[in-house]
Design a protein around this ligand. Structure first.
Ligand code: ADP
Ligand code: MG
Length: 332
């Protein structure tokens, strides 16, 4: 079996202006000489990458996501997922919120992936005119273990099913895959999907903290002269908030959401841990939740996985931050 590659990065966002105003104290620091995060007085956690409050969007992208875009072009699958409590910076880091309207220095991972992918494909087609490439994008929301298509208004309420084809490729039957011929086109397709997410039955913020949003880029590289076909995909996943049911004290409908969220995040954690453990790689529990079934062919095997754990620096979030850092450090 090939080398399993799970890398873990932590990003500590700055205190927000309103937190400064309310005198929140910083309780998480990135240690200078190493990818180590220190919580409170001295509990240390080490990762593959650690970004402090002054890290730019470009730094995060260049050091941990750019290599995955190159490997996508080489035919490998990859998954990037943002994990963390609501308000910790997942959507900001991925750049899923206002994809098109952001100035370049604020542009998150999705915008930078789109730009880089088309640059790489342009360079490649300049040396190799026989390969025909196609980029397709899909955008799904997974809420209460139900998949919804954010690119198609009419089918937004149709149930989508996850299947595995005879070559082990995961397919979502009925999901729209829109062809994008430039970075701008790709981003405007996703922007339209965001607009659809906003008109969901509940408010955007509330819903987005309780659902997983999955952007998938599929690349096909086809050479008509020799019939070769290479397919690869990259998932960019904004996970539901990791805050636990116990702490929010929710009841009824909300409690049901929390149970689904916990199931999904727990299953993801178990899959990642199994992948990082050489003795368990043959028994990876993908089937336990929809999120892991959906990402199956892009987690483990020859795929590259990046877990981006986002945390708030505020002392008000210390309990949640501790559990996120523990989750992230168990993933390595
Ligand atoms: P989440 O998606 O995890 O709920 P958000 O991405 O919405 O969190 O971030 C919460 C708030 O913090 C937003 O107002 C966002 O603009 C801000 N924020 C998050 N990360 C950063 C950062 N690295 N630099 C500046 N502001 C940030
Ligand atoms: Mg968010």
């Amino acid at each position: 079996m090939g080398e399993v590659c799970v890398r873990v990065a932590v990003r500590v966002r700055p205190l927000l202006p309103k937190e400064v105003l309310h005198s929140h104290q910083v309780c998480v620091r990135v240690v200078k000489d190493g990818p180590v995060v220190m919580l409170g007085g001295g509990q240390n956690f080490s990762f593959d990458h650690a970004f402090g409050p002054s890290a730019s969007q470009g730094q995060v992208y260049e050091s941990c996501v750019k290599p995955l875009v190159a490997s996508l072009v080489h035919g490998y699958n990859a998954t990037v997922f943002a994990y963390g409590q609501t308000g910790s910076g997942k959507t900001y880091t991925l750049g899923g919120g206002h994809i098109v309207s952001l100035p370049e220095e604020k542009s998150g991972i999705i915008g930078q992936v789109a730009t880089d992918l088309f640059v790489l494909l342009g360079e490649k087609s300049a040396d190799d005119i026989r390969t025909i490439t196609e980029v397709r994008v899909s955008y799904l929301e997974l809420y209460r273990e139900e998949l919804r298509d954010l690119l198609e208004l009419h089918t937004a309420h149709k149930e989508l099913h996850i299947r595995e084809d005879d070559r082990g490729k995961t397919v979502v039957v009925g999901a729209k895959e829109a062809v994008a011929t430039s970075a701008e086109e790709l981003l405007s397709i996703l922007e339209a999907g965001n607009a659809l997410r906003h008109i969901g039955p509940t408010q955007m913020n509330e819903r987005s903290s309780r659902s997983h949003a999955i952007v998938t880029l599929q690349l096909t590289q086809h050479r008509p002269d020799d019939g070769s076909l290479r397919c690869s995909k990259l998932h960019l996943v904004d996970l539901a908030g990791s805050e636990r049911a116990a702490r929010t004290g929710n009841t009824g409908m909300r409690l049901k959401d929390s149970v689904h969220i916990n199931t999904g995040l727990l299953a993801l954690g178990n899959v990642i841990r199994a992948l990082s453990d050489p003795h368990r790689r043959n028994h990876v529990p993908y089937r336990d939740a929809k999120i892991t079934r959906l990402l199956r062919d892009s987690l483990g095997g020859s795929a590259h996985t990046l877990m981006l754990a986002c945390v708030s620096p505020s002392h008000h979030s210390v309990t949640e931050t501790l559990s996120v850092l523990q989750f992230a450090s168990r993933a390595r």
